[in-house]
Design a protein around this ligand. Sequence first.
Ligand SMILES: [Zn+2]
Length: 490
Amino acid sequence: MADTKNGKYEIVIGLEVHVELNTNTKAFCGCANKFGAEANTNICEVCLGLPGSLPVINEGMVERAVRAGLALNCRIAVRSKFDRKNYYYPDLPKAYQVSQFDMPIAAGGFIEIETKESGKKRIGITRLHMEEDAGKLIHLTKTGQIGDAEASLVDYNRGGVPLIEIVSEPDMRSAEDAYQYLTVLKSVLKYIDVSDCNMEEGSLRCDVNISLRPRGREKLGVKVEIKNMNSFKNVHKAIEYEAARQEKMLDAGEKISQETRLWDAGKGKTFSMRSKEESHDYRYFPDPDLPPLETSEEYIEKIKNSLPELPLQKKERFEKDYGLPGYDASVLTESIATADYFEAAAKSCGEAKQASNWIMTELLGRMNEAGIEDMRETKISPEALGEMIGMIKKGTISGKIAKQVFDEMFKTGEKPEKIVTDKGLVQITDTKEIEEVVDKVIAANPQIVSDIKAGKDKAMGFLTGQVMKESKGKANPQMVNELLRKKLNG
Ligand SMILES: [Zn+2]
């Protein structure tokens, strides 16, 4: 859906994503960078901005920012600097935020997404810069409305936590594009281990810029920013809502005003927060307490060489080496744990496509139901899954019985052979035994039998089904078919 509902406008979307880096300490002081600590326990004179205190750049932050920039195909600046972004807010004790304005650490990158509608597509990354997080306000309110709060509390533990902000080009054209971009971005950041990207804990937050323009027009429309989205699903919903809202306004001849809006997930609506600031409102200037940041070509090269195989490279290798379809390859490479699991299972049974099918439909489905995110936490080892697939291949169990075995493996972690033996699930391949069941089913269904003899071949499926049911799914389906045909045609 690259166009709005009436097809007159094109939707243009750019995203700004804030990611908290997983350093041990904060951006410019030695306080612990840890989520969930008791309020105001990880603070010092530097992150509280007390007079006379001086910040020191955390090398771990710079290294992670460079790593992220490289993984996102950006140019890394050998020389960059930190600036003060001035604004007052109670959770910002210094009344400015240390950020990077005109000389970010990285710029000019891209990531590749693949959607059903637009196929493979590159989304440009304008820039990536480092900055510090603000503290957190907690409003004591019974109604949920800030205006009704009896008091507001502030926790500065998050103040000074290192962030990278990743700004995309306005290259996305639908809610689906944005969803995929975020999925790929998160996957890359997790591969290179710069953040846990935990959205519930606020480690990854997203602002959406969205505007409409008449189809075929080059000039961008007036954009609206939707702030602080904390789930990909909400980003998807907010974009669809906002595109429809703007379409209605434009159709009625109304003007869109440049503003910041908030998404209310409960109501499923965006509402106006304030008119959007321009960068000059922030009175940026170079931070006089921090020296310009100098890296070197050698330093950048060293980090480049230490990067792991990234999702896109892995995806292409899976397509080439295992002959997997693009869709399979992208699902399996979303996390390193899933990719490793697949490779181990495929190696153990020699049936890559089968392994992929079982992982994508059965295993991921059950993990989802059980609320398990990491494949390493399931009870089925990849080798055991491989063994089970091997048993289907050898004809020891049918594909149908395998689902039963799989369920048991998922629950207990038992080996497939043991489950099959203990539960008596071995496939019946004894002709005599199957023949007995076939005869019984034929005798019980005279009408169907005469239909088949009169040429209604479709009714055959019903009889096969009855035999399988009678044998509790254990009869070899191919043998059942052959015996039925022989008896009815002979
Ligand atoms: Zn501190």
